[in-house]
Design a protein around this ligand. Structure first.
Ligand SMILES: C[S@@+](CC[C@H](N)C(=O)[O-])C[C@H]1O[C@@H](n2cnc3c(N)ncnc32)[C@H](O)[C@@H]1O
Length: 232
């Protein structure tokens, strides 16, 4: 497992679980909800789904609501995020949704899944390990889907994007103060990441077919999907 990535995730997500849902909605200007809706549209009628880096379970529960019979497992590195997810499961009467405290790269699931999804994991993750594991956990034809931020290629959008993060750091909001480490580190991470190409490459190496990239919200995020080849 790549320790640098894990350390970065600890740095970004320490002490801010309780404000995460509000902050992700606010700072993505509502796009997070649209992106998650798009992820759900990519799932047909799955019987078993794994949500890697599930956090507080926003995506996990959105899938649970749309597919009430689907068995769901959320995996995350940060215990405080999982505690919120578990409380939510109890509150909405979905204690059948399982949450596992683990690095996504270390997680193995014996029962084959119809889909493995993740939102905001690809930029930190070891994509070779994740994709190889996904190939072993998915049913033939099963879907691997990763959603993550991307750096906009349009220079005007990139300029607005560059101004946005320093502005977030200056906002005098108590909740946002817990996010200073993330707002400082995120721009460089997103500028430097090559996750789309790396994931596509890892999928090709691991027998995925029908590999597609969908750019979202003026190039500020993307979804990459692929299906486990029945022959692999
Ligand atoms: C921005 S939150 C996203 C949460 C959720 N996917 C969502 O869309 O709301 C990122 C989450 O990734 C988790 N994370 C980061 N690296 C991880 C890894 N290697 N394995 C498991 N979880 C990881 C963090 O603990 C954090 O909860």
């Amino acid at each position: 497992m790549a320790t640098a990535h894990i350390n970065l995730a600890h740095e970004f997500f320490a002490g801010n679980a309780s404000s995460y849902d509000d902050v992700v909605r606010l700072t993505t200007l509502g796009n997070d909800r649209l992106w998650k809706e798009r992820i759900i549209q990519c799932l047909s009628t799955p019987a078993r789904v794994l949500d890697l880096a599930c956090g507080t379970g926003i995506l996990t529960f959105a899938i649970a609501e749309r597919h009430p019979k689907c068995a769901l497992i959320g995996v995350d590195l940060t215990a405080a995020y999982l505690d919120i997810a578990k409380q939510r499961a109890t509150a909405i009467g979905r204690s059948d949704v399982q949450f596992v405290h683990s690095a996504a790269e270390d997680f193995r699931q014996v029962e084959p899944c119809d889909a493995i999804v993740s939102s905001y994991l690809a930029k930190y993750a070891d994509l070779d390990v994740l994709t190889a594991n996904a190939a072993s956990m998915l049913k033939p034809g099963g879907l691997l889907l990763m959603h993550e931020f991307t750096y906009p290629t349009n220079p005007l959008i990139a300029l607005v994007w560059e101004l946005y993060f320093p502005m977030l750091q200056l906002m005098p909001c108590r909740q946002l103060r817990q996010w200073r480490a993330a707002f400082r580190g995120l721009p460089k991470l997103v500028r430097d990441t090559t996750w789309v190409a790396d994931l596509r490459n890892a999928m090709q190496q691991n027998g995925f077919t029908d590999i597609r990239t969908e750019s979202l919200s003026m190039g500020t995020a993307a979804i990459v999907t692929g299906r486990r080849s029945p022959e692999f």
